[in-house]
Design a protein around this ligand. Sequence first.
Ligand code: NDP
Length: 256
Amino acid sequence: MQDHQAGDRLALITGAARGIGAGIARHLAALGHPVLLTDTLPEVEATAAALRAAGHDARALFLDVADDAAVAALPAAVGPAWDRLGIVVNNAGISPKGPDGKRRPVAEMPAAEWRRVLEVNLTGAFLVSQVALPALKARRWGRIVMITSQAARAKSQIAGAAYAAAKTGLMGFARSLATECGPHGITVNSIAPGRIDTPMAQVAGAGVNEAFLAQVPMGRVGKPADVAAVVGFLASDAASYLTGTTIDVGGGSFMP
Ligand code: NDP
């Protein structure tokens, strides 16, 4: 169902060139939101162009979420449309693996890998949320959604330790931000996807994904649209009393 105010609520999605982020951008655009797709990959232009060709209001910007200066310059780069910002989806993330497609054990993980994963997956969400707050507070309405992971909900089976640490930190950050932002009409929630069919998941290889599938009650790998549907709900007025929570979108692979 389209929200009648959707057209006045710009949605910013990080890591939106492909995978889950592109799926979220497609869904929010279909709900009537103007969408701002950001990514470090040049393909983000084509993803936004495809949305425009389908009649949606979509724009692309290159943005490394871990680049303090670039994030600080975002309102100026977007221009007057920034005042319409209503929804922020912190989706950009990395999950580095070794040459065999498997996570590096802690004993072999270079400190540079640890730092970069925290910078992108955790600090990036902090920077983007922080730069968005003045616009959201000014309109006294906002939705911030963190894309965390089941690696933050239970034993991490596929991703490395840095990834699990960053995604767990992201949930803690979301709870703190939700507490601060509630009085301003802004909700902050997390989504913890299970195995979703994207380029990131494909790096692990078919064997790893099939073994994981064996313990998914719904009997299939997830699609970006499965995550996007929940973002659409969290971004709606119907979800105005939901904040500081985490929704597992994993076909039942993790049940608290
Ligand atoms: P993809 O790798 O397919 O897409 C992620 C996108 O984010 C890529 O385009 C990537 O570009 C971009 N990106 C990476 N680093 C940055 C950065 N510093 N600034 C901006 N954009 C960046 O991953 P998914 O779609 O699978 O994952 C999306 C989110 O969902 C991630 O946060 C991931 O951790 C999470 N997730 C995914 C699951 C899955 O099974 N797929 C399961 C649980 C959580 P580039 O190629 O240049 O790195």
